[in-house]
Design a protein around this ligand. Structure first.
Ligand code: SF4
Ligand code: SF4
Ligand code: FES
Length: 256
C-alpha cells in the first residue's frame, strides 16, 4: 500500500449484513453506513467507529487486533479476510461485509468458529498418541530441527476459518475437513512422538471428507492470512495416505 493511497482519504460506504437469529422479529437484510476514511484505517477500526458513532448494536468479533487470535474473519467484498488485517486503502469506496459462510451465525458479522474447530479437533484426535508405557527415568528424545520447523509451520494456524469459508467443498459438505483440518492432521502425522499407525491415519484422513475430497483449486491458500504452505500439506498427506493404502493392500495379499 502506498503513502499516496493513504493521503487520498475518501468517504466510505459500508453495506453490512444484519440478522439476529435469536430474535424472532429479525430478518436478514443489509444496513448502509457511511464514514470518513482515516489514515491507515483497518476494517476493524472502521467497524469500531460505526459501532461507536452510528449503531451500538452492530455485532462483530475481535480480540488481538494483530492477526493472531483468528476472531475477526468475515467476507469482505466476497472474499474471506481478517478485519484487523485489511486496510480500507486496499479496498474500493463501496465495501460489502458479510459473515463467513459454513459456520453458525451468532449475529450480524459474528460467527461461531469455535464449535467447528472443536468438532474437527475431536474427529482428528488432535493430540499426541503416545503408546509407550510411561517411564519417569527415560531421557528426553531429541527431534530434528527440520521436523520441529515443519510442525511449527502447521501450528501457525490461527483457526480463523477463512480457508473453510473459501472452500466450495466445505460449503457443500459440513463434514469436509477443509484446509484447517487437513493442516491439523499433517501437523500430527509429522510428529514422531505421535505413534498412530498408517492404518490409523488412513481412517482419519482418507475418503471424501478428507484429503481425497479436496479438488485442489487452492482457494484456501489464496485467503489464508498466515500463508501456510497448504499445497505442500496436501501433497504430504496424499503421499502418506497412498503409501498406507499400498501397505494395507500388500498385507492383504501376503495373508491371502
Ligand atoms: S484446495 Fe480447494 S477443495 Fe481443497 S481444501 Fe482448499 S479450497 Fe477446499
Ligand atoms: S489454515 Fe489459514 S485460513 Fe485456515 S484457519 Fe488456519 S490460518 Fe485461517
Ligand atoms: S482481531 Fe485477532 S485476528 Fe483479527
Amino acid at each position: 500500500m502506498s503513502d499516496e493511497k493513504q493521503t487520498a482519504l475518501r468517504r466510505l460506504r459500508f453495506e453490512v449484513f444484519r440478522f439476529n437469529p435469536e430474535d424472532e422479529h429479525s430478518a436478514p437484510h443489509t444496513d448502509v453506513f457511511e464514514i470518513d476514511e482515516t489514515p491507515f484505517m483497518s476494517l476493524y477500526i472502521a467497524l469500531s467507529q460505526i459501532r461507536e458513532t452510528l449503531d451500538p448494536g452492530l455485532q462483530f468479533d475481535f480480540a488481538c487486533r494483530s492477526a493472531t487470535c483468528g476472531s475477526c474473519g468475515m467476507m469482505v467484498n466476497g472474499r474471506p479476510a481478517l478485519a484487523c488485517r485489511t486496510l480500507t486503502a486496499d479496498l474500493p469506496e463501496d465495501i460489502q461485509l458479510y459473515p463467513l459462510p459454513t459456520f453458525k451465525l451468532i449475529g450480524d458479522l459474528s460467527v461461531d468458529t469455535g464449535t467447528w474447530f472443536r468438532e474437527m479437533a475431536e474427529r482428528t484426535e488432535s493430540w499426541i498418541h503416545e503408546r509407550m508405557p510411561f517411564d519417569p527415568d527415560a531421557t528426553e528424545e531429541r527431534m530434528s530441527d527440520d521436523i520441529a520447523a515443519a510442525i511449527y509451520e502447521g501450528d501457525r494456524c490461527i483457526e480463523c476459518g477463512c480457508c473453510v469459508a473459501s472452500c466450495g467443498i466445505a460449503n457443500l459438505d459440513g463434514e469436509f475437513l477443509a484446509a484447517a483440518g487437513l493442516n491439523r492432521i499433517a501437523r500430527f502425522m509429522m510428529d514422531p512422538r505421535d505413534q498412530r499407525s498408517e492404518a490409523d491415519w488412513f481412517e482419519v484422513v482418507a475418503g471424501d471428507q478428507g484429503v481425497f475430497g479436496c479438488v485442489g483449486m487452492m482457494a484456501c491458500a489464496d485467503v489464508c492470512p498466515k500463508e501456510l504452505p497448504l499445497l505442500e500439506v496436501y501433497a504430504y498427506l496424499r503421499r502418506r495416505t497412498l503409501g498406507a493404502r499400498f501397505v494395507a493392500k500388500s498385507d492383504k495379499r501376503n495373508t491371502a
